[in-house]
Design a protein around this ligand. Structure first.
Ligand SMILES: NC(=O)c1ccc[n+]([C@@H]2O[C@H](COP(=O)([O-])OP(=O)(O)OC[C@H]3O[C@@H](n4cnc5c(N)ncnc54)[C@H](OP(=O)(O)O)[C@@H]3O)[C@@H](O)[C@H]2O)c1
Length: 281
C-alpha cells in the first residue's frame, strides 16, 4: 500500500511581503522503503530564510537531512527552522540549527565553522542583486554584490570545505545565475559575481574532486521569489515572453535540481541550467 499523502502548512515570513502559507504535500516513508542517502546528513544552506535557499532546506529536510540555516535575520530563520520539523522526515526542530551572520564576512565563517567537520553538504544560495546601470551604481553597491555573491561563496567553501577535506568527502552546490553566462542590462556587478561563481565552481571541482569533494553549480533563469518581485510589469512580460516554457521557475524546481546533484555520486563540475529554455534563445 502506498504511503498516505499528508499536507502540512508552513508559515513563512519573507521580510518584504505579507505572510503566505505554502502547502507542502509529501509522503511519509513506509517502513520498508530504503533510507534516503541524505538521512541524518548535515546540510548547511546559506540564504535559507526565504526563496530558493528555504526551498532547498525544506526539500533536504524531507529527505531526512539535518539543516544548518544561514541568514541575517534570526527571527525569520527560527520560523523556517520550526517549519522543517513538519515536513517528511524533517526530524525534530532541535535537530536543525541556525547561524546568523553575513556570508561575505570572513569572521562569520571563522567564528562559527572553523574546525567543524560534521557538515556533509554545503549549499551557497545567499545572494543579492541590483538593477541599475554601471555608471550610476554606487561603488559601495558594486562591492556589496561581489562581496555577498562571490566572496560569500568562496569564503564558505574555503572554511566549510576544510572540514570536508579532513573527512575526504563532501558535496558543495553553488547557485549562480543565467546572467553570469548571458548579459543583461542593469546587472553588471550581479552578472560579474555570478560568472565568478561559475568559474570558481569549475576550478574547485578540479581541485577538490580528487580529494573526494564534489562541487557543482546550478544556473537558474527567472525563479519566482522576492528577488524578482521588484521587476516592472513590462520587464516581467518581456521576460516571460522570451522563455520557451512561458513561465518563471519555482524555488522547489531548483531544490529538486539540488537534490539530484547532492545524491548523484558521479556529479562533479556540473553546470546545470534551469531556465525554462531561456538560454537557448
Ligand atoms: N530568483 C531568481 O530569479 C534567481 C535567478 C538566478 C539566480 N538566483 C540566485 O539564487 C539565490 C537565491 O535567490 P532568491 O531568489 O531565493 O533570493 P531571495 O528570495 O532574495 O533570498 C536571498 C537570500 O539570501 C540571504 N542573504 C542575502 N544576503 C546575505 C548575506 N550577506 N549574508 C547572509 N545571507 C544573505 C537572504 O537572507 P536575509 O536577507 O534574511 O539575510 C535570503 O535568505 C541567489 O544567489 C540568487 O542570486 C535567483
Amino acid at each position: 500500500m502506498p504511503p498516505r499523502p499528508r499536507t502540512c502548512f508552513l508559515k513563512l515570513r519573507p521580510p518584504s511581503s505579507p505572510l503566505p502559507l505554502i502547502s507542502i504535500r509529501h509522503f511519509t516513508s513506509s517502513p520498508s522503503s530504503s533510507p534516503s542517502p541524505l538521512a541524518n546528513q548535515k546540510i548547511l544552506i546559506t540564504g535559507a530564510s526565504r526563496g530558493i535557499g528555504q526551498a532547498i532546506a525544506t526539500r533536504f529536510a524531507q529527505e531526512g537531512g539535518r539543516c544548518i540555516l544561514v541568514g541575517r535575520n534570526r527571527a525569520v530563520l527560527e520560523e523556517v527552522k520550526g517549519g522543517l520539523a513538519c515536513v517528511g522526515d524533517g526530524g525534530r526542530e532541535h535537530e536543525h540549527e541556525i547561524a546568523v551572520g553575513d556570508v561575505g564576512q570572513e569572521g562569520f565563517w571563522r567564528g562559527g565553522f572553523r574546525g567543524r567537520k560534521d557538515v556533509t553538504h554545503l549549499i551557497n544560495a545567499a545572494g543579492i542583486t541590483h538593477s541599475s546601470p554601471l555608471f550610476t551604481t554606487q561603488v559601495s553597491s558594486l562591492e556589496s554584490v561581489i562581496q555577498t555573491n562571490l566572496m560569500g561563496t568562496m569564503l564558505a567553501c574555503r572554511i566549510v570545505g576544510l572540514g570536508m577535506l579532513k573527512n575526504k568527502q563532501g558535496c558543495i552546490i553553488n547557485i549562480a545565475s543565467l546572467l553570469g553566462l548571458k548579459g543583461g542590462r542593469g546587472s553588471s556587478a550581479y552578472a560579474a559575481s555570478k560568472a565568478g561563481v561559475i568559474g570558481f565552481t569549475r576550478a574547485l571541482a578540479a581541485e577538490a574532486g580528487e580529494k573526494g569533494i564534489r562541487v557543482n553549480v546550478i544556473v537558474p533563469g527567472y525563479i519566482e521569489t522576492d528577488m524578482i518581485t521588484a521587476m516592472p510589469p513590462s520587464a516581467r512580460a518581456t521576460a516571460l515572453n522570451a522563455i520557451p516554457l512561458k513561465r518563471f521557475g519555482t524555488p522547489s524546481e531548483i531544490a529538486d535540481a539540488a537534490l539530484f546533484l547532492a545524491t548523484n555520486a558521479y556529479a562533479n563540475n556540473c553546470v546545470l541550467n534551469l531556465d525554462g529554455g531561456l538560454s537557448a534563445m
